[in-house]
Structures are given as C-alpha cells and as structure tokens.
Design a protein around this ligand. Sequence first.
Ligand SMILES: NC(=O)c1ccc[n+]([C@@H]2O[C@H](COP(=O)([O-])OP(=O)(O)OC[C@H]3O[C@@H](n4cnc5c(N)ncnc54)[C@H](O)[C@@H]3O)[C@@H](O)[C@H]2O)c1
Length: 266
Amino acid sequence: MSDPRDAFDLTGRVAVVTGAGSGIGAETARVLAAAGAAVTCADRNGPAAAATARAITATGATGAAAVVDVAQHTEVDELLERVAAEQGRVDVMANVAGIIDHQLVVDTSEADLDQILAVNLKGVFFGCQAAARRMVTQGSGSIINLSSAAIDAPAAMLAGYAMTKAAVAQLTKTLAVEVGPAGVRVNALAPGFILTPMVGRHFTEPDGTIDEERKELTVAPIRDATPLRRIGAPEDVALAILYLASDASSFMTGQILRPNGGVAMP
Ligand SMILES: NC(=O)c1ccc[n+]([C@@H]2O[C@H](COP(=O)([O-])OP(=O)(O)OC[C@H]3O[C@@H](n4cnc5c(N)ncnc54)[C@H](O)[C@@H]3O)[C@@H](O)[C@H]2O)c1
C-alpha cells in the first residue's frame, strides 16, 4: 500500500473556495493550500478575500483572491472560466459562502426570503453548475457544498436558513447521480455549531471585542447538549473538506458528512 498521507496530498490541484473571506471558508482555503492546492479565495468581500490569500502566500503556499457575489450567475461562471483559463483546470469547488437570517416564518418578508434563497441556494446551485460543466469535460473533480445541522433538528427562527440547507443536501445528491459516471464527485457537510463571525455576532461588540459573558450564555447550552462537550472550530470543518477534496474520499459521492460533535446522528 502506498503512503496513506499521499491520498490527502493536493499538490498540483486547482481549488476554488467561496466564502473564503471569513470563518469556515477562510480556514478551508488555508487547509487546502497547505495540502498543496493552488487556491482561489473567492468572496463578495474583496479585502477579506485578499487577506486570506495573503495569509496563504505568506506561508509559501499558493493562493489568490477573487471578488464574486455567488448570487450572480454570470459572476460565478466568469470566476470558474477565469480560473480554468489561467490554471488549466478546476479540481475542487467548495461552495462555502452563506448567510443566516433569524426570523419567525410569520414575520419573514418576501424580500428577506428572496435574499437567503439567492445566496444559500441559488449561489450553491450556480457554483455546482459552473464547476460541474468544467469537471465533466475534464473527467474528474470534487464539488463540496455547505449544508448545516439545521437540516437535522428544526429550530425556531431558522426556517429560511434550514430550507436552503436542506435543498443544498438534495441538490448534492441529485448532482452526484448526474455527474458520477463522468468521474465527478459531489458531497456536502452538515456541521454543528462552529465558532465563526456568522454565529459570533450574537456576542461581538461593534468594535470587534467579544462579550465573554454573552458568549458563554450562547455557547454553554449548545456545548452541554453536544456529546463531545465542545463547540466546533472552523478547522473541524476544513479538515472534513480536505478529506472530501482529496483522493482519500475517492469512493464517496452524494454523502452528507456531519462534523457536529454528535448533536445529530441520522
Ligand atoms: N458557523 C456555523 O455554525 C455553521 C454551521 C453549519 C453550516 N455553516 C455554513 O458554513 C458556511 C460558512 O459559514 P461561516 O460560519 O464561516 O460564516 P461567515 O459569516 O464567517 O463567512 C461567510 C462568508 O461568506 C461570504 N459571503 C456571504 N454572502 C456571499 C455572496 N453572496 N457571495 C460571496 N460571498 C458571500 C461572506 O462575505 C463571508 O466571508 C455557510 O454556508 C454557513 O451556512 C456554518
């Protein structure tokens, strides 16, 4: 048997990570680059994407920044076309960009519903489309989508978010069936509570300082209900994405991985 570490090696691979300006996306870009991939760090927040790319290149790994609004079909197509033209291929597409919205169903406006559908659902769909077209022609590739533990346990005020994440799981399975014969794999992750700016805003002051008391009030009930008795870190998800991006998972497609500390075991 060859060295199992080789199966996780991404040397020579070309990866695109959306949402790479923050949280899980930034850590995913860092981990994929550290594993050897040339990573395009894409985000609608240009300076944040640039900061991630700078942190990658500072380590000697390969990263570049790109500005994209994943809700804009043409912008996503152009991003993939540009990466493929410049680097000859696209091996990994991680659709990480997402937003959250806390509202009761009865209070949700059509505009707010449209917004979360546009980013979390259509954004992932557009990323899948653009990558799948390229990868099918290429005859290989791995697409990784971000779903959420919100699909496993209904929670009040998260209907829009949970709906989009359930749809992403189903999109993942359907696309896996469609492109599997061409050698392209499609998987998703349904992480539990991961400490990132998305969840941190509940206890972060406008100047960026953390209110430790409010943080503990938010985190404690989640931690105590988690079999592993801790909340997640971006790296917990990024390493699962590395597995799905790499040859280590070459017989996995259409699956939903759950880095969630055990909060749901469907
Ligand atoms: N943090 C958690 O507990 C958790 C749990 C399960 C799933 N997720 C999912 O993981 C993904 C990353 O979440 P995070 O916690 O790192 O969030 P985050 O808010 O820290 O980062 C999200 C990034 O996506 C970018 N983004 C948002 N809309 C965009 C758009 N239209 N086009 C391009 N970029 C856009 C933001 O600028 C930001 O850099 C999301 O899809 C989220 O739903 C997060």
